[in-house]
Design a binder for this molecule. Structure first.
Ligand SMILES: C[S@@+](CC[C@H](N)C(=O)[O-])C[C@H]1O[C@@H](n2cnc3c(N)ncnc32)[C@H](O)[C@@H]1O
Ligand SMILES: O=c1cc(-c2ccc(O)cc2)oc2c(O)c(O)ccc12
Length: 236
């Protein structure tokens, strides 16, 4: 499946054409078949725009391999593009703990994960993420035990997740936060953004970026891929 007619919103780049160029020349030709299949299966969903964009997925795949990620965690699964991507890029005995209260959406993608032969790597937990993280942290053994984390759940809780993930991920491990440029609205005056969820998430993103930039425990890169990703590497 190519990009025509279904390009994710190219809100951060100079033009939609430039984003299509990146996807068509560098991303789609290298995208694994099961990921294409999962995008197809999600395309008619009313929230299809939730899916992690394939350009972010491509970088995630590389980072997972660079840190030899074996034990990973994901908050915010939806139909499972980023989950399948992770499962495909960790070893056969690797595990991804995937947390989302919406099992229905997960079940759209799960048969594709089974067909791809990676379902045994996936532990889906049907729940809100915060109490699950708190439960994990009750056991000291879980501290510093994850190699990699991907965050794509409720945007107004990112700072709460960050505090917990910085304990759960090992020194040298990676945490990626999606949507941290929130359609470019982080650079707009507040009154230029419609009131409601979008403004709330814009404000949360600004606050999140500011706090993480000041967090000396992490090396960071705020990269303009997809809707913006904050990449953190735990230093101590
Ligand atoms: C943008 S979607 C995730 C997209 C996914 N990463 C993908 O590649 O398709 C956000 C997801 O976060 C989930 N979510 C919302 N609140 C949550 C919470 N408190 N804990 C965990 N997941 C949550 C929603 O149910 C939704 O499926
Ligand atoms: O439009 C959205 C909304 C969300 C979102 C908002 C609140 C939640 O509790 C969960 C998800 O997430 C999005 C997203 O991750 C994306 O890539 C595009 C759009 C949206």
């Amino acid at each position: 499946m190519g990009s025509k007619g279904m390009t994710p919103n190219a809100v951060l780049l100079q033009s939609k054409g430039l984003y299509e160029y990146i996807l068509d020349t560098a991303v789609y030709p290298r995208e694994a078949e099961p990921l294409k299949e999962l995008r197809n299966a999600t395309a008619s969903h009313p929230l299809a725009f939730f899916g992690t964009t394939p350009d972010v997925g491509q970088l995630m795949g590389m980072l997972l391999k660079l840190v030899n990620a074996k034990k990973t965690i994901e908050l915010g699964v939806f139909t499972g593009y980023s989950l399948l991507l992770t499962a495909l890029n960790i070893p056969n005995d690797g595990r991804v703990m995937a947390i989302d209260p919406d099992r229905e959406a997960f079940e759209i993608g799960f048969p594709i994960m089974q067909k791809a032969g990676v379902a045994h790597k996936i532990d889906f937990i049907e729940a809100e993420a915060l109490p699950v993280l708190d439960k994990l942290l009750e056991d000291k053994e879980n501290e510093g035990s994850f190699d990699f984390a991907f965050m794509d759940a409720d945007k107004n809780n990112y700072l709460n997740y960050h505090e917990r993930l910085m304990k759960l991920v090992k020194v040298g491990g990676i945490i990626i936060y999606d949507n941290t440029l929130w359609g470019g609205t982080v650079a707009l005056p507040e009154n230029a953004v419609p009131e409601g969820g979008k403004r709330l998430w814009r404000n949360s993103s600004i606050e999140f970026n500011r706090k993480v930039v000041g967090d000396q425990r992490a090396e960071i890169s705020l990269a303009p891929l997809g809707d913006g990703i904050m990449i953190c590497r735990r230093m101590f």
